[in-house]
Design a protein around this ligand. Structure first.
Ligand SMILES: NC(=O)c1ccc[n+]([C@@H]2O[C@H](COP(=O)([O-])OP(=O)(O)OC[C@H]3O[C@@H](n4cnc5c(N)ncnc54)[C@H](OP(=O)(O)O)[C@@H]3O)[C@@H](O)[C@H]2O)c1
Length: 296
């Protein structure tokens, strides 16, 4: 039977954490990486080595005419400039090329310079985090089953789907006007959950030398419950019970002003969830609201 799977000739622009990870995964799934371009030749060479591509440079003009997909994985503020440089390449036949970027917050507007030349454009953002310290091998294994937020005009979506399939990922179509809300959700899921772990770590450090480890299971199970049952139903503890005395005691024990603000903001949000679930009496709600809004 004839295979319907298509492979791409891919140019990678930006050989950082995201660019190198996607390049390696796409190389392993049978695509050709035909060019690797980065700000420094050193990064381009390192990525090129991972994906058997000797055509690497700090100069974008190495992108060959055989390239039919360009992935731009440079910092957000440089995407438009890169798109402009790409659009200026006279060897490329843009009506045969797709160009995407990997930003979670920017839309395809950043790719206007190549779209105007006839390229299919889309943004394809892996909903995953790429801390610089992680090895490429570990980063690739964390990509299993990842969802990609895809935004772009209808004519580009078949290519986007095919690319996500090659990456063995799931796809979430994001309307252009909702991209900023989509990114807000990603930031809270990733960066703010990391901030919470930092807060637990600083408190735990005052009690035990093991720091985070005793709290790991609690954190994991709470997240699992919230994902499975929904946040309101998964909520336990003093807010869900309406225990204002205990919350007042917690507040008295906090010295760090940022931690106090964090505790109150998240407490107020937990209260909103508990109220939505109908778990508290009007008197309990009023007392908790007063504590979370209080200046001390
Ligand atoms: N980090 C995350 O968790 C994450 C997650 C999802 C999506 N993203 C998005 O993915 C994109 C890349 O992020 P990243 O974390 O991979 O960034 P990164 O690790 O800082 O890598 C960016 C790479 O782009 C190269 N670069 C910078 N300016 C360039 C230019 N003008 N031309 C060519 N190459 C250039 C840099 O080159 P040199 O190394 O040669 O200096 C660097 O290797 C961003 O849009 C980001 O928002 C990031």
């Amino acid at each position: 039977m004839k295979s319907t799977r298509r492979s791409f000739n891919i140019g990678i622009i930006g050989a950082g954490a995201v660019g190198t990870t996607l390049a390696s995964m796409l190389h392993r799934s049978g695509n050709n990486i035909v060019a690797v371009v980065s700000r420094s030749k050193q990064s381009a060479r390192k990525c090129g080595k991972e994906v058997s591509c000797r055509n690497y440079s700090d100069d974008i003009s190495i992108v060959p005419s055989t390239c039919n997909l360009v992935i731009i994985a440079v910092p957000d503020q440089s995407i438009k400039t890169v798109a402009e440089s790409l659009a200026a390449l006279s060897n490329l036949r843009f009506n045969r090329i797709s160009v995407c970027h990997t930003s979670g917050s920017l839309t395809t507007d950043a790719l206007d310079p190549v779209a105007r030349k006839g390229a299919r454009v889309f943004s394809m953002h892996p909903i995953q985090t790429f801390p610089g310290q992680k090895s490429l091998k570990d980063q690739i294994s964390s990509m299993k089953g990842v969802t990609y937020g895809v935004e772009g005009p209808q004519r580009s979506l078949a290519i986007a789907k095919s690319l996500v399939r090659q990456l063995r990922g799931e796809i979430l179509f994001v309307p252009k006007q909702a991209k900023i809300l989509y990114h807000l959700a990603c930031v809270i899921a990733s960066n703010y959950s990391v901030a919470l772990v930092g807060a637990i770590d600083s408190i735990a450090g005052k009690i035990t030398l093991k720091k985070l480890q005793p709290f790991e299971k609690l954190l994991q199970t709470s997240l699992e419950n919230a994902m499975r049952l929904g946040a309101g139903k998964a909520l336990t503890g003093p807010v869900a019970r309406g225990d204002s005395e205990l919350i007042a005691e917690h507040l008295r024990s906090i010295q760090d002003p940022e931690l106090r603000t964090l505790y109150k903001s998240l407490g107020a949000y937990a209260l909103k969830l508990a109220v939505q679930e109908g778990r508290l009496s009007p008197g309990q709600i009023a007392k908790l609201q007063e504590l979370f809004a209080g200046k001390e």
